[in-house]
Design a protein around this ligand. Structure first.
Ligand SMILES: Cc1cc2nc3c(=O)[nH]c(=O)nc-3n(C[C@H](O)[C@H](O)[C@H](O)COP(=O)(O)O)c2cc1C
Length: 427
């Protein structure tokens, strides 16, 4: 893993970044140290890995909402390919390396984080649990990892910055200079230091599973929707009614510089604007306007990585949107090595299909500086709220830390190409 993202933006400014101290490095493991699971509350102790949260989330959530969270585009080829890609690589452990003082701490853009992963931006997170967007941001900031606020979130980005201490905002922008200028100004005024432009959504994806479950954006009031709510009374009372009581029907708050439509409405069409006109010149425009870190999300081609760099990006997220956009798009892990090679001083991040600490280590070994994880944290929020997200973060950190020892490395920056090889077995 290279040491990139030195805390300066491509245009030379240092951005509005204040380093946050990481939690103290994990004490060297000894046989008298308390085991992590001893401190876990009973309500969380049955969640042993990220995968365990999905079963609980499926039960907790109305069918439409669970389907929207879990689903992917068309045949799910890219979604499944993301997992298959990790199985195409084997780790190559080294032994007898004295790993007694290992640490998961990772540096990105000059910041010290507890571990080399963060929470990916996910729309409608506010429906996973009461104040879901605040829950995700709070759990992340308490653990000292980054979380990215989605453009399709339901809580005003200013509130998530204040109450959740979120510092990364992800935008969906139309190719219209005036709307871009207004949005960048709003995000800056709210105190964010990292602006993520998602580039792989020129049009809405074809997600047939949403049509089958009756999910739409905005949600259309229907008997089916009402029944689904009624058959999940806990979610209905603790999330939906609690939200209505505290702030009325949620709106798309962060698509633009102004408030968007409500999420429950008949005959309302979201004015997403000319998103299919968005082009590299708009990234250059954002670069001129935005003094902080600038990241492009949704890169899968080395040629686009070069264009991102030339137009002023400080980092890229190699991603196929969790298989939710172009079905058949290559898995980010397979695209990673050739993209890392041409990325120069940009930070290279990756998301899609990461479910285990060993997946994180494979991505780092193949050239990522940092990774993001999506659905599992949403499922953790749906299953157990903020405490669930904190537990999920701790589980992934523990897996990384344990697997570092088994791999024979003590520091995240020591994970490198020698620790991974292409598997000879198709799995
Ligand atoms: C429910 C859901 C909503 C999402 N919404 C957004 C979004 O608003 N903006 C965005 O850039 N990516 C969005 N994504 C994609 C994620 O940021 C990320 O790329 C993907 O979830 C990573 O794959 P994983 O879920 O396998 O970890 C969404 C993903 C999910 C599952």
């Amino acid at each position: 893993m290279s040491d990139k993202g030195d805390g300066r933006t491509a245009n030379g400014s240092t951005g509005a970044v204040t380093p946050v101290a990481a939690p103290p490095a994990a004490a060297p493991a000894t046989i008298v140290a308390p085991r992590a699971e001893d401190a876990t509350p009973r309500s969380l102790s049955r969640f042993l890995s990220l995968a365990d949260f999905e079963t609980a989330a499926r039960r907790a959530l109305p069918r439409q909402i669970y389907g929207y969270y879990a689903g992917a585009a068309e045949t799910s080829q890219s979604f499944q390919g993301n997992f298959a890609a990790f199985r195409q690589y084997d780790l190559v452990p080294r032994v007898l390396t004295d790993v007694s003082s290992r640490s998961t701490r990772a540096k990105l853009f000059g910041m010290d984080y507890w571990a080399p992963f963060g929470i990916a931006p996910m729309g409608l997170s506010g429906l996973a649990t009461f104040d879901g967007e605040i829950a995700l941001a709070r759990a992340a900031s308490a653990a000292n990892i980054p979380s990215i606020v989605s453009a399709t979130s339901l809580t005003p980005l200013e509130r998530i910055a204040q109450e959740g201490r979120a510092r990364w905002f992800q935008a969906y922008l139309p190719g219209e200079d005036a709307r871009i200028e207004a949005m960048v100004a709003r995000v800056q005024a709210a105190g964010y230091d990292t602006f993520v432009l998602t580039a792989d959504v020129p049009v809405a994806a074809n997600r047939e599973n949403n049509v089958r479950t009756g999910f739409s954006i905005p949600l259309q009031p229907s008997l089916r929707l009402a029944w689904d709510g009624l058959s999940h009374p806990r979610w209905l009372c603790r999330t939906w009614f609690a939200t209505l009581l505290s702030r009325g029907v949620p709106h798309f708050e962060n698509m633009d510089a102004f408030r968007g439509p409500p999420i429950l409405a008949r005959n309302v069409v979201r004015a997403i604007g000319a998103r299919d006109q968005l082009a590299w010149r708009h990234l250059a425009l954002i670069r001129r306007l935005w003094p902080g870190r600038l990241v492009v999300k949704g890169i899968l081609s080395p040629a686009d990585a070069v264009l991102a760099r030339e137009n002023g990006a400080d980092g890229i997220i190699v991603s196929n949107h969790g298989g939710r956009q172009l079905d058949g798009a290559r898995p980010p892990l397979l695209a990673l090595p050739e993209i890392a090679e041409v990325s120069g001083s940009m930070a290279v991040m990756l998301d899609g299909g990461i479910r285990r600490g060993s997946d994180v280590l494979k991505a780092l070994a193949l050239g990522a500086d940092f990774v993001f994880v999506g659905r599992p944290f949403l499922f953790a929020a749906a299953a157990r709220g903020e405490a669930g997200v904190s537990h999920a973060i701790a589980l992934l950190v523990a897996e990384i830390e344990r697997n570092m020892a088994l791999l024979g490395v003590s520091r995240i920056e020591d994970v490198g190409a020698a620790h991974v090889e292409r598997s000879p077995f198709p799995r």
